[in-house]
Design a binder for this molecule. Structure first.
Ligand code: PXP
Length: 254
């Protein structure tokens, strides 16, 4: 993703849940590609889509169309399986974000076990990088996972903000402070290890500013909340508002 707001903070808009709504009734409405174009009009620096093994939201056809028609970089989230590797090598998205995937989960719960998945992950990462795809690993902001990510050759780590957002939702002030501290320490360590730092999961207007202030973070990936807000005020407006909050926080005004 190339365009930059504030001091190097980009917004990737995850459009999975436009497909979730479409799939509730079958057919083609609402169209995730149309949502992607609107998010870009609102200022999104890139579009993120998660092709799940069970295809519960984004489909293979969505990925074909996104890759063919998007005017901003596509970040393809996927499990590190042979099937997904073959799909990404066929499409060559700008970036792949490798995530853990369990069929029974509602969303991506917890980060990737990088230390435990070392050799196999390193092979998938190597093949993606050889094809010119930037590789990101979705991990908890923990020292072991960050160091292992650097060892297996990732370009980027995306730090999981889910625990921080859960504490915020529960009004757990001490929990929020300690999760933020973990994210800050993780971002600094990842940068020191030579990794680009992204963050995401569960972010809302209430939780985005503190993460946007972490100076090592270069990209936030946000989906569910933006698509939910779009029901009330439209997608372009929700993306614009999120970006303005990110920018203000990064520049010290938010
Ligand atoms: N980043 C990653 C790696 C994810 O798996 C997800 C959820 O698909 C997100 C960011 C976005 O999370 P949310 O939809 O809660 O904003």
């Amino acid at each position: 993703m190339n365009s930059i707001i504030g001091n190097g903070l980009r917004l990737g808009v995850n459009i999975d849940h436009v497909a979730t709504i479409r799939n509730a009734r079958g057919g083609r409405h609402p169209d995730p590609l149309r949502a992607a174009h609107i998010a870009i009009e609102g200022g999104a620096d890139g579009i993120t889509a998660h092709l799940r093994e069970d295809r519960r939201h984004i489909s293979d056809f969505d990925i074909d169309r996104l890759k063919a028609e998007l005017t901003r970089p596509l970040n393809l989230e996927m499990a590190a399986t042979e099937e997904m590797l073959a799909i990404s090598l066929r499409h060559v998205p700008h970036a792949c974000c490798l995530v853990p995937e369990r069929r029974e989960e509602r969303t991506t719960e917890g980060g990737l076990d990088v230390a435990g998945g070392g050799e196999r992950l390193a092979k998938v990462i190597g093949e993606l990088k050889n094809a010119g795809i930037r590789v990101s690993l979705f991990i908890e902001a923990d020292e072991k996972a960050i160091e292992a990510s650097a060892r297996v050759g990732a370009d980027i780590v995306e730090l999981h903000t889910g625990a921080y957002c859960d504490k915020a939702l529960a009004n757990d002030i001490a929990g929020v402070a300690s999760e933020l501290e973990r994210l800050k320490r993780g971002a600094a360590l990842a940068k020191a290890e030579g990794l680009e730092v992204h963050a995401g999961h569960g972010l809302t207007y209430n939780t985005v500013e503190a993460v946007a202030r972490i100076k090592e973070v270069q990209e936030l990936n946000i989906g569910h909340f933006l698509i939910g807000e779009a029901v009330f005020g439209g997608l372009k407006a929700s993306v614009q508002h999120m970006l303005s909050m990110m920018l203000a926080a990064r520049n010290g005004a938010g």
